[in-house]
Design a protein around this ligand. Sequence first.
Ligand code: PGA
Length: 255
Amino acid sequence: MKNRMKYCIANFKMNLGTQSSLTEYFNALKQNQFSKNEMIDVIVAPPFTVLNNAVSLSLDFNSNIKIAAQNVNENKSGAYTGEISIDMLKDAKVNYVIVGHSERRAYYNESNEQINDKNKTLLSNGFIPIFCIGETLEQRSENLIEETLREQLSIGLLNIREKNFIIAYEPVWAIGTGKTATSEMITESHRMIRNILNDIGFDGQKISILYGGSVNRNNAKELIALSDVDGFLIGGASLDAKHFLHIYNFMKENV
Ligand code: PGA
């Protein structure tokens, strides 16, 4: 099934968060040919402090580049020092938000329940969550992949009827390690995810599922050819605009 929307997403994490580095990045992106009606959305997720500027740069661009935030707080407002609310992201005019990234789960103890609240807040406010799930190496070696993904999906999407979200399958052991999952592993997990989505009331064939974890220009071509892979969430390799564009251009050839 090739008519699902495709996404090529740059997750800057805590990098490229100055106005000058962001401008330089967008200037490099401008060297590429983007067309408006493609089936691929290019999304850049920079740090919060440059979101406004990223939105203006993307609008100047006159292309289909969109901007994502890397997180949102599940509460509307209040005494949550250091957090960013949904209204602040609305004001910044971003469309997408990364939710449940494994770094947030591991370093900031985000639970599946909290991620569910974030997904609900985002969807009810018209944002598109980029909802990250994936198993640790330990869970993989103990044969707990399906159980882990089922728990993350069924709690993370509990009491949600809207279908306007993207899933990013990111095995934790492949993130930032240079170890990419094999094509077989990715196909198996993406199929598992589609089946679980069917079980919990969604149409798994209609939801875009991205792969993330040490994607780079050497492996992207092989991975995008997999029929279950609808694009990538890219960390390290997205920090170099030229490298990111290489991956995007592989995707463009494949659509
Ligand atoms: P990586 O990160 O590409 O550096 O492995 C991916 C991610 O964390 O989204």
